[in-house]
Write a protein that binds this ligand. Structure first.
Ligand code: GRF
Length: 208
């Protein structure tokens, strides 16, 4: 089977990155993580990459005079590494339309709720779980989706439900959701490795 060349973009701890590294090592995911890129030089995700001999690059808008120069450098790095797919794993910056168009339907994100609910600007990290609990819904979950030019909007590739318990705090809920994220992301990416995803009319169709 084809091995997907992945670039994983992270801003923080990188537990989703770790789950992907483990899935590749355990041959559950037919991919190679060619490079991990973070806009944050202190991101533990970079450390995780180095520990597994994966190239780790700190690349931030702050290093460039204009957003266009950042984009050019990022595109160069992606090209040099022959990247098939960009995987966002807790990446806190919006990618520009230049990047999104260059990798159309080849950028994935994971969101810790069931989109299209509890998504959009401001809905990240604990804010998501706080809003979920406040709303009173009994089910939340995980969404893996294609990144398009609208925040948290692109075609949904995979969703998994997570129960919201009456005594959940945002923290206990986040912990349960995160575990499901770790199991879901690798499976969603594997569908692309198996060439089973077709994006048509803003929807993802999965071949059985
Ligand atoms: C995850 O909850 C993910 O859904 C969101 O950011 C968080 C990243 O966590 N986009 P980690 O850095 O992978 O531990």
């Amino acid at each position: 089977m084809k091995k997907l060349n992945l670039a994983v973009l992270c801003s923080g701890g990188g537990t989703n990155l770790q789950a992907l590294i483990d899935a590749v090592e355990n041959v559950e995911l037919s991919a190679e993580i060619k490079i991990v890129i973070s806009n944050n030089s202190n991101a533990f995700a970079l450390e995780r990459a180095r520990k597994h001999n994966i190239s780790a690059l700190h690349l931030s808008h702050k290093q460039f005079a204009t957003p266009e120069e950042f984009d050019q450098r990022l595109l160069e790095v992606l090209k040099q590494n022959q990247i098939d797919m960009i995987v966002l794993a807790g990446y806190m910056k919006m990618l520009s339309s230049t990047i999104i168009r260059a990798y159309k339907n080849r950028i994935l994100n994971i969101h810790p709720a069931l989109l299209p609910h509890f998504g959009g600007p401001g809905m990240y990290g604990m804010h998501v779980h706080e809003a979920v609990i406040k709303s009173g819904v009994k089910i939340t979950g995980v969404t893996v989706h294609i990144v398009d030019e609208v925040y948290d909007h692109g075609a949904i590739v995979m969703q998994k439900p997570v129960e919201v318990k009456d005594d959940d705090t945002p923290e206990t809920l986040a912990e349960r959701v995160l575990k499901v994220e770790h199991d879901t992301y690798k499976k969603a990416i594997q569908l692309f490795a198996e060439e089973r995803v077709e994006i048509r009319d803003s929807r993802a169709y999965i071949q059985p």
